[in-house]
Write a protein that binds this ligand. Structure first.
Ligand SMILES: Cc1cc2nc3c(=O)[nH]c(=O)nc-3n(C[C@H](O)[C@H](O)[C@H](O)COP(=O)(O)OP(=O)(O)OC[C@H]3O[C@@H](n4cnc5c(N)ncnc54)[C@H](O)[C@@H]3O)c2cc1C
Length: 460
C-alpha cells in the first residue's frame, strides 16, 4: 500500500516510475485471495481514521485520498456498530463517537476522570508526527498517568494490536497516532473490502503508464560510494534508478545491500507475530446474539503482547466480525465471518514440516475458537451450534505473514526501530511504510506519499 501510494504520487508529477513486487498480487499485508469460491481480505479488520465530522480537512484518510486523487466516497466506507475492550470482567465499549468512549472510561474508572483529561491533554501537546519525535515508553507514561493501572493496560491493548512493533509496549508517538485513529476518529470498512482501495490505486498507475513487474523479487541493491547504483532481481534482470523507495522493511532492506555500513543488529528485528483464523458460518452474526464489530480481549489485568513460548497464545487476542459494519448489504447476507487473531511464535511455525504444520493449524483453530466464544455474548446458540453452522475455516500463521511481506520473523509490524524521515544509510534509497513508523492502511498510504513528496518531489 505504501509502495503503490508513493508510485502514484510520483507518477502524478511526471516521474518515470517502476514498481517491483515479489508477489503475484498487489497489496502486501493488505492483499486479498479466494478460497472455495469466496473472497477474503488478508489483513483487513478495519480502516482506522474514519473522518469524524469535526476533523474536516485535517483527517489523515481524507488527506491520503486528496493526495492520491481518489474520491473518498468511492471507498464506500461503512462505520462499525460498536466495539469493546474486555479484560476479565471489566469492559470498555467504543464506537465512532468519541463522547461515547469518554463516557465509558468515566463510568468504569470514575476516580480517573481528571487524570484521564490530563492524559488527553498530554497527547494533544505531543507532536507525534514530527520526524524527530523522541522514543518514549507508553507503558511507563501510562503507569505514571493513572492511579488504576488497569485503565492504562486496557488502552494499550487495541493500540498495540493495531500497530506495535515492540513486545509489551508501544512508543508514545505511535500510541498517540493510534489512539486518535481508533478512538477519536473511528473504524470503518469498505463495502467491497480492501479492493476498494487497491483497485483505484492500480487502475490509476496503469492509466499513467507506470510499469509494475510482479512475481519477481529484488535480490540485491548494489551500492557504490554510499549511493545505490543498481537493482538486481531474482531472475538476474537489473535496473538503475535515480531514487529507490523500499517498502520491505529496515532490516530486510539492509540485507539487500551489497555493501553494508553496519550489520543488522538484533534489536532491529521485530519479534511479534500473529496467527489468524477465519470461520465462515451460515447466517448473520446477530443470529448468534453477536452485534459488535471488534473485540480486544485479555485474560488478565496485565496486558500481554509478546512472542509466546508455544506456537500461539489464546489468552489475549482480537475478534473481528466484518458483517457487523453498518453496511446495508449485511442485512441480507446468508453467510458471515468470524476472524480471530492471537499472538504466535514464528520459529515454532517455521520449523514444522507440512503435515505437522497442517495438524498444528487445526489444533490452534479449535483452541482459538473456544476462547473467542467465551468473549462473545452467549446468545441462545451454543458452541456446538456454531460448529454446525461453520462452512469453512481458513487460517494464516506467521509463516504466511513472512510470505506476503518478506518481514524477518514474520514480524507483523516490522522492526521496533523506525526511520520516520524515510532515510536509510544510502543517499538515494528511502524506506516507506511499516518501518517508517506509519502503521495500518491509512498510515501506509500517508507514509508512501510523505516519502515521495519530501524526499523526491520537493526535498528539503
Ligand atoms: C492480520 C493482520 C490484520 C491487519 N489488520 C489491519 C487493519 O484492520 N487495518 C489496518 O489499517 N491495518 C491492518 N494491518 C496492518 C497493515 O496490513 C499494514 O500496516 C500495511 O499493510 C503495511 O503496508 P506496507 O506498504 O508498509 O507494507 P506491506 O504490506 O508489508 O508491503 C510490502 C510489499 O513489499 C513486497 N516485497 C517485500 N520484499 C520484497 C522484495 N525483496 N522484492 C520485491 N517486493 C518485495 C511484499 O510482497 C509486499 O507487497 C493488519 C495486518 C495483519 C497482518
Amino acid at each position: 500500500m505504501s509502495g503503490l501510494s508513493a508510485a502514484l504520487r510520483l507518477a502524478m508529477f511526471g516521474k518515470n516510475v517502476l514498481v517491483l513486487e515479489k508477489h503475484y498480487v498487489v497489496g502486501g499485508l493488505n492483499s486479498f485471495y479466494a478460497r472455495k469460491g469466496r473472497k477474503f481480505d488478508v489483513g483487513l479488520h478495519a480502516v482506522t481514521n474514519f473522518p469524524s465530522p469535526s476533523s474536516g480537512k485535517t483527517s489523515p484518510l481524507l488527506r491520503a485520498c486528496r493526495q492520491l486523487r481518489i474520491p473518498f466516497e468511492s471507498l464506500n466506507l461503512y462505520e462499525q456498530s460498536r466495539s469493546r475492550i474486555s479484560f476479565e470482567d471489566k469492559h470498555i465499549r467504543f464506537n465512532n463517537e468519541f463522547s461515547f468512549f469518554l463516557n465509558e472510561i468515566y463510568e468504569n474508572f470514575p476516580k480517573e476522570k481528571d487524570r484521564f483529561r490530563n492524559f488527553l491533554q498530554k497527547m494533544e501537546d505531543f507532536d507525534a508526527y514530527s520526524i524527530n519525535v523522541p522514543d518514549l515508553s507508553t507503558r511507563s507514561i501510562l503507569k505514571e498517568a493513572f492511579a488504576e493501572p488497569l485503565l492504562g493496560e486496557m488502552l494499550l491493548c487495541p493500540t498495540s494490536y493495531y500497530g506495535s512493533a515492540q513486545e509489551n509496549d508501544i512508543d508514545f508517538a505511535t500510541f498517540t497516532m493510534l489512539f486518535d485513529a481508533i478512538f477519536k476518529q473511528g473504524l470503518a470498512r469498505p463495502s467491497h473490502g480492501i479492493r476498494a482501495i487497491l483497485d483505484p490505486l492500480v487502475q490509476k498507475l496503469d492509466e499513467m503508464g507506470v510499469k509494475r513487474l510482479m512475481n519477481n523479487a529484488v535480490k540485491k541493491i548494489k551500492t557504490y560510494n554510499g549511493k545505490a547504483t543498481e537493482i538486481v532481481m531474482d531472475n538476474e534482470d537489473t535496473y538503475t534508478a535515480d531514487h529507490i523507495i523500499s517498502t520491505c522493511g529496515l532490516v530486510e532492506t539492509e540485507e539487500l545491500l551489497t555493501k553494508k555500513k553496519t550489520p543488522p543488529k538484533e534489536n532491529k528485528m521485530g519479534n511479534f507475530s500473529v496467527i489468524e483464523t477465519i470461520s465462515v458460518f451460515k447466517g448473520k452474526p446477530t443470529d448468534f446474539g453477536w452485534d459488535e464489530t471488534v473485540i480486544f480481549y485479555n485474560d488478565d489485568q496485565e496486558f500481554r503482547y509478546e512472542k509466546p513460548k508455544e506456537s500461539m497464545d489464546s489468552t489475549s487476542g482480537v475478534i473481528c466480525i466484518p458483517e457487523n459494519y453498518q453496511d446495508p448489504h449485511n442485512q441480507k447476507v446468508d453467510e458471515s465471518r468470524l476472524r480471530i487473531t492471537n499472538p504466535a511464535n514464528f520459529d515454532k511455525w517455521d520449523s514444522l514440516e507440512e503435515p505437522a504444520y497442517i495438524a498444528e493449524k487445526a489444533r490452534c483453530e479449535t483452541v482459538m475458537l473456544q476462547k473467542a466464544l467465551e468473549y462473545l455474548p452467549k446468545g441462545q446458540i451454543q458452541k456446538k451450534d456454531f460448529s454446525d453452522a461453520t462452512l469453512l475455516k481458513d487460517t494464516f500463521t506467521p509463516r504466511t505473514i513472512k510470505k506476503y511481506t518478506n518481514h524477518a520473523n514474520g514480524a507483523l509490524y516490522g522492526s521496533p526501530v523506525k526511520s520516520r524521515s524515510g532515510s536509510s544509510q544510502i543517499k538515494n534509497l528511502y524506506l516507506a511504510g511499516t518501518d517508517q513508523g506509519y502503521i495500518g492502511i491509512v498510515g501506509a498510504m500517508l507514509g508512501g506519499i510523505a516519502v515521495a513528496n519530501n524526499r523526491i518531489l520537493r526535498p528539503a
